[in-house]
Design a protein around this ligand. Sequence first.
Ligand code: BG6
Length: 487
Amino acid sequence: MSFDLVLFGGTGDLAWRKLMPALFQAFRHGTLPADGRIIGVARDDLSDSQYRALIRTRFDEVELAKRPSPEEFDRFAALLHFLRMDLSQPQDYERLAAQLRERNADTVVMYLATAPSLFTVACEQLAAAGLNTANTRLVLEKPLGHDLASNRAINETVRSVLAEKQIFRIDHYLGKPSVQNLFALRFGNALFEPLWRRETIANIQITIAEDLGVEKRGAFYDSTGALRDMVQNHALQLLCAVAMEPPINSHADDIRDEKLKVLRSLRPWTAQALGQDVIRGQYMSGRMEGEIVSGYRDEPGVNPESTTETFVALRTEIANWRWAGVPFYIRTGKRLAGRDARIVVNFRPVPHAIFHSPAGAANQLAIHLQPKDGLELHLLAQAQDQRHSKAAAQSLTPVHLDLDFDKRFGSERVGAYERLLLDVIDGRLNLFVRSDEQEEAWRWVEPIMEFWRNEPSGPRPYAAGTWGPSAASAMIARDGHCWSEEC
Ligand code: BG6
């Protein structure tokens, strides 16, 4: 199968950091179809060989094990081409069309790794140049808009030129191996299904913590914030994966129908819930690994009086038979105590205790997404070395079963972008987000945005290197629960 992958934003941050390394890995693993071209598109004035040379230097920033040897790079570089384009100029699309006609590949992937403000014009111009044929696939990077109206406007334009099955909206969290494993755990094993409900589960916590700050993306982040950057997409997709009903099969639309139902069942916000169940924070200077790091407002590109949130913690519920009354807590932030993404399912304690257990001890399933990728099942057991003491015989101690997927399957597994890029080339939509899911997610976060706009107190400060504002702990403590690292 032949393909042309046109990478709009071909000299941008995403192309360097994620897409090129992922394409190279697929090339190295022999999974990238051999008959392919990758055409970087940007406004820079570069020849193919200059573009290849640029990419070669950027690979020096990639971790050693994923860096090509000179020979490997030369073979990979043969796929790389460059086209200078100004996305507002119709004649530039004609030049692209001419370049694509040279080969007439089986599949043409248009990957818009550009500022979202260019999505609409790029789609209109691609169509005007006749580049929206049946073999075209369009990949849209998040953020797709900044609210429901802008998201709808983009989706309407895109759908006016391409069929929904040609549109691949990326949420790279869905490509993470641990998220695939969550689907496998839930729908490939019978063990947990009878327990996966309100009668047995006390609460579910979704944490996506980052130790990094906003790095070089200060200006972008300052107009975005954690709610739009992480909650509206990654965190809600994880929530869908954990809460959805088993789909009738593994077809993309059957999976997406079930995710959509979860989003539609999220409890609507009331004024009271907005006031007490959503906490926003912003990082101040703090100490991380022994070094003092800057506060958010001192980061390059950030307004020194910014009220943008770098942390969100919230509590919600899912109004359906399976989940009614079970709190779902979502928490994400930058410059937190560590890089740690996990979903923790806390089961209810036994209904009648005949042993002494540590206070609050109950079963817990922790699904680790990163940096570790695995499952931990927390149980209670009797410590064998104390079996002669009567008191000890009646006491339980926490133990856990630990399944480390990196050890089990090797850490060289297919990364999120590698997986998703191959899926686009193959036309598999399972791990991509449908427009109605996105719209529903925007509809649900909009009242929070609106509430914050009218709330003068702004985000709560937290020191870099901590777990965020203490109000996030107070919020969960109100329900008699605690974040998993606090219990
Ligand atoms: C991106 C956000 O979508 O996800 C970034 O825009 C964030 O702000 C990143 O850092 C996190 O992804 P990962 O895979 O490193 O957890």
